[in-house]
Design a protein around this ligand. Structure first.
Ligand SMILES: Nc1nc2c(ncn2[C@@H]2O[C@H](COP(=O)(O)OP(=O)(O)OP(=O)(O)O)[C@@H](O)[C@H]2O)c(=O)[nH]1
Ligand SMILES: [Mg+2]
Length: 250
């Protein structure tokens, strides 16, 4: 596995208190990943933190991509993936900057990805854990996943966690098919793309910890829009929107 080239994409918006420490942890792993941070014009020192780390680790191991305004977690990740496709990585990882996703779980996920799996999801359901979330947050997450399981497929239990490992082929597929959403709900849309195109999705349980530093970027209006988007994704799934065609494959 270690000979595979791995890139970890971290979307950031105001994560100055977390990003430096996360980069240090990720870049100390034996499997020598590269990291790309996609920052949406954070008003804190996120970008300076990353630039300082680039001086320490070098521009091959750590990159910073910036966008001019906050434009959604999902779009930020896929902007990073699209840029990194140019560099021949074999495995693409996405994770949050706020330590909700424990870097130590990463090796497990990377071991699980094989020639027959397209996507490995670090999952909080059914066997993982969530620590520190208030009841309302748990309920919303449970509800969104229940809705997705009813409307999309019950075989996936966690549609909304952004701790994931993709093969390069899966990243190409998703980019070729294209997607409609750019917020958190893009996580559910990319699952739909994999399902429709018969790519195998595997999951492993993780413990998700609520952030201890920094502020949430998730807004109530985004939560509501995301719930509505699940219906739209389910419609798209049934009417062929996510099927890979020869027209896509150019
Ligand atoms: N580039 C970019 N990153 C974002 C955007 N929204 C969220 N993020 C990042 O995406 C990751 C997940 O966002 P969070 O704010 O932690 O969302 P959450 O986990 O639902 O909420 P909390 O952990 O409670 O704050 C974090 O690394 C954020 O910094 C965005 O619009 N653009
Ligand atoms: Mg978070």
């Amino acid at each position: 596995m270690s000979e595979k080239k791995i890139v970890i994409c971290i979307p950031t918006f105001n994560e100055a208190e977390n990003i430096g420490r996360l980069i240090d942890e990720l870049l100390s792993f034996d499997f020598a990943p590269s990291v790309v941070v996609v920052d949406d014009n954070s008003k804190d020192n996120t970008q300076d933190e990353v630039r300082n780390k680039i001086k320490a680790y070098g521009g091959d191991r750590l990159r910073l991509l910036t966008r001019t305004k906050k434009d959604g977690r999902g779009g930020a990740v896929w902007h990073g993936f699209k840029e990194m496709q140019k560099l021949d990585f074999d495995i693409f990882v996405e994770m949050d900057a706020d330590f909700s996703h424990d870097p130590k779980d990463l090796m497990k996920g990377i071991e699980l990805i094989s020639d027959t799996s397209a996507l490995v999801v670090g999952a909080r359901y059914p066997h993982g854990k969530i620590i520190g979330w208030p009841f309302k947050r748990r309920l919303l997450s449970r509800f969104a996943n229940l809705l997705a399981r009813i409307l999309i497929t019950p075989s996936i239990h966690d549609y909304t966690n952004g701790y994931r490992i993709y093969t390069a082929e899966t990243v190409s597929l998703i980019n070729a098919v294209g997607f409609k959403y750019k917020g958190f709900i893009l996580l559910s849309e990319t699952i739909a793309i994999c399902l429709v195109n018969n790519r195998r999705i595997e999951a492993f349980p993780i413990t998700f910890r609520d952030r201890s530093k920094g502020n949430s970027s998730a807004t109530l209006s985004e939560v509501i829009r995301s719930l509505l988007a699940i219906f739209d994704i389910a419609i798209g799934l049934r009417n062929g929107r996510y099927v890979m065609t020869e027209t896509n494959d150019r």
